[in-house]
Write a protein that binds this ligand. Structure first.
Ligand code: AP5
Length: 214
């Protein structure tokens, strides 16, 4: 199994791009660390209860916690040709843990796709994001609106604002990205696996650029 990492700031479009790549190619599997954690919080698992306070502040959850969740999931996976990791790793310590997991699963790191988006666009995307409370589909109030205001096109569920998309927490998430996650750009560039993809413009074009970079 190949592992592809989608790297990028909060709001850069990692989830949107991964969702479309997987919809077009059933041999891919999308794993979002944020979704795994939000699910754990909602179901009050031990990991979720531990992660909740960090996420509400826009901080990263402890490396060991998220590395274990992803390693357990990868050990159980059977079938996908490639795994799209969205939001993991986010620190150099997590990247080193991922290296060990990849080795123990007999997988290989195929590429790290970096979605590059200017800060002012990130802020606008986070402020306008809406999520389906039932199926998790993502929308944006102006860039990607649903057909009927407040209602998911896919399942009819009510759309909601993500808890950590308020301005204060979003500002902290962007600061955390700069200090803790951006060092990964150099980390993977030194290995020759980093592919930079401009993350602005029509979504279909960005998805096509990302597909070519895989
Ligand atoms: P996570 O859920 O991973 O959030 P994030 O990295 O902050 O990323 P986002 O989900 O905000 O953005 P995205 O890049 O997926 O953008 P999207 O496609 O939605 O993490 C949440 C929290 O969990 C973290 O703060 C942390 O606490 C914890 N966590 C997660 N992983 C962790 C880890 N590894 N270690 C420690 N803690 C971890 O797009 C955004 C919006 O823009 C949408 O509305 C979309 O419709 C719109 N949009 C997208 N593309 C375009 C486009 N081309 N044009 C116009 N609009 C667009």
């Amino acid at each position: 199994m190949d592992v592809v990492i989608l790297l990028g700031a909060p709001g850069s479009g990692k989830g949107t791009v991964a969702g479309r790549l997987v919809a077009a190619d059933k041999t891919l599997r999308h794993v979002s660390s944020g979704e795994l954690l939000r699910d754990a919080v909602e179901h009050h698992t031990a990991a979720g209860d531990e992660a909740d306070a960090y996420m509400k502040r826009g901080e990263l959850v402890p490396d060991a916690l998220i590395a274990r969740i992803v390693a357990d999931l990868m050990a159980e996976l059977d079938g996908p040709r490639a795994l799209l990791l969205d939001g993991f790793p986010r620190t150099v310590v997590q990247a080193q843990a991922l290296d060990r997991t990849i080795e123990s699963c007999g997988a290989s790191l195929a590429a790290v796709v970096l979605l590059e988006v200017p800060d002012e666009i990130l802020v606008d995307r986070i402020a306008g994001r809406r999520m389906c409370s039932v199926c998790g589909a993502g929308y944006h109030v102006t860039n990607l609106p649903p057909r009927v205001d407040g209602i998911c096109d896919a399942c009819g569920g009510a759309l909601k604002v993500r808890k950590d998309d308020n301005p204060e927490t979003a500002k902290n998430r962007l600061a955390v990205y700069r200090t803790q996650t951006m060092p990964l750009i150099e980390f993977y560039e030194a290995r020759g696996v980093l592919r930079r993809v401009p993350g602005t413009g029509p979504i279909d074009e960005i998805v096509e650029r990302a597909r070519r970079a895989l």
